[in-house]
Design a protein. Structure first.
Length: 122
């Protein structure tokens, strides 16, 4: 027959046997987490820089593609205004192209991610 002291088995575990591996595993996990975080941050920063460079290049191309035909049209209208007897109609067309040029400039200026430049007028 079992006595009360026989029914319970006492187990003793040395704290260093559990604590040292747990601390080691935690330290390794923390180190790996820091390294992966650093690598991820560097990658994201590189991608953000490339995206900004692509955006600036797109804005430069869009500015050129939009402004060049408008400037040519405006120049031709100026020549036509001076040479032809339809000065009033051509002047209205020039006014419309000037408004269109201003609108395109405003859209391009608003789409530029860089801060606006301050121009001082004397």
């Amino acid at each position: 027959m079992l006595t009360q002291s026989d029914s319970f088995t006492k187990v003793f575990v040395a704290t260093t046997a559990v604590l040292v591996p747990a601390l080691l595993a935690g330290t390794i996990a923390l180190y790996l987490s820091a390294v992966l975080g650093f690598i991820t941050a560097r990658l994201l920063i590189r991608l953000a820089r490339q995206t900004r460079a692509d955006e600036r290049a797109f804005i430069r191309r869009a500015r050129h593609q939009l402004r060049t035909p408008l400037t040519g049209l405006n120049t031709r209208l100026q020549l036509l205004e001076r040479a032809d007897g339809m000065g009033a109609v051509v002047a209205e067309l020039r006014h419309d192209t000037d408004l269109l040029i201003e609108a395109v400039d405003e859209v391009l200026r608003d789409s530029d991610p860089r801060p606006p430049r301050t121009h001082f007028k004397p």
